[in-house]
Design a protein around this ligand. Sequence first.
Ligand code: 5CA
Length: 436
Amino acid sequence: MLLTRFFLPVLKENPKEAEIISHTYMLRAGMIQQSSSGIYSWLPLGKMVLEKITDICRQEMIKAGANEILMPTLQSAEIWKESGRYEDYGKEMLRIKDRNNRNLLYGPTNEELVTEIFRTHVKSYKELPMNLFHIQWKFRDELRPRFGVMRGREFLMKDAYSFDSDYNSSIKSYNVMFIAYMQLFKKMGLKAIPMKADTGPIGGDLSHEFIIIADTGESEVFLEKDFLNFQDSLPNINYFDDLQERVNQYTSFYAATEEKHDARNFYPENNLIKARGIEVGHIFHFGQKYSLPMNATITDYEGKNVSVYMGSYGVGLSRLVAAVIEANHDLKGIVWPKEITPWDYNLINIKSGDVDCDNICSKLYNFMKDKQLNVLYDDTDERVGAKLARADLIGLPYQIIIGPRGIKDKLYDLKCRKSGIISKLSYNELLNFIQN
Ligand code: 5CA
């Protein structure tokens, strides 16, 4: 991509409304623009990262056996009255009337709607287990939207819903999602820690939040210190195996959100740490909470009618963009992990208009495009200082910096954004590096 053809409205100053670094950098790097309180437009750079995160999540869901659907943002109030949540949900729910005076709402979550889809079509245990997921915008009229997309009112969520014919198999379905979450966060370059959690308005008896430790996080959490360094040592994952042992590896550590923390359950005490974190995912096992009032029944293997057992599983996709930045930045800007960076390379022509600089940059850019390498080429005619500052701000993993001095010496600068180390490479060394 040529930077002269890319809409990247960077800001020079730190916007005063931003209180945390991810919000500051997302605004400064031209990733988002606020449209009203807690509601944002996603500009090209932000949209690219959001897509990458979404895609990693989608692929893992499919691998774990879930089917993708797409439910609407607007839902009828009727099904929420069936479950009893229409009144309970309170002021967070945005209620709307259509021209015929019918009550609609902008979905804050989808347990009711997916249960309605299920009960229309599925009648027998033979069709189970089943997991349906979608990736859709949600609306919650948060009391205090803040920190940009971290706590928005409109936000993108991946929500999955499992259906099983009995309790034991519904725990297996919960375990599949538990492990899929560990995988998908790892694939985003993040260390998410599963913690015992409260179930709030979703309900149920078993729940885990997935937390990224960060000082700016809104959640207070308690965990065993050793958990921070734990790496899953079991061999490859097969989602059709029994995953209980794998889940136990994680749940044997003490880790709980503030609401679930109880120091009496913790031993040895000196190893406990209190930290702050960002909730990037939340999974719930709630059994028959929705299927009972909504009459979602199936016949089991004995021919009896039973209400289906369910769980729901959310990932905060738009929040994750901010969470990744909280976990990966420095004083100069964002430092994208390679897994979700919008491009791998930032080719910077520090003297556009100079024939030699233009030639070598174009040659390199075309070569990289031919090899299908992901590169953003800064071909603008701005000052060198502005170009380098912008490159650091948008944080692509490698910068290839080409200017008259390098051309004279036949040595070009390759800068690793994370370490800041600049290597001087010949043209061939540069080609070797980018091809490996
Ligand atoms: N139905 C369940 C699971 S599908 C559910 O709604 N769970 S939730 O309420 O915990 O939300 C799932 C995830 O969405 C959270 O873990 C969080 O990462 C994200 N999320 C929740 N509220 C917001 C918000 N206001 N802004 C950004 N992300 C949010």
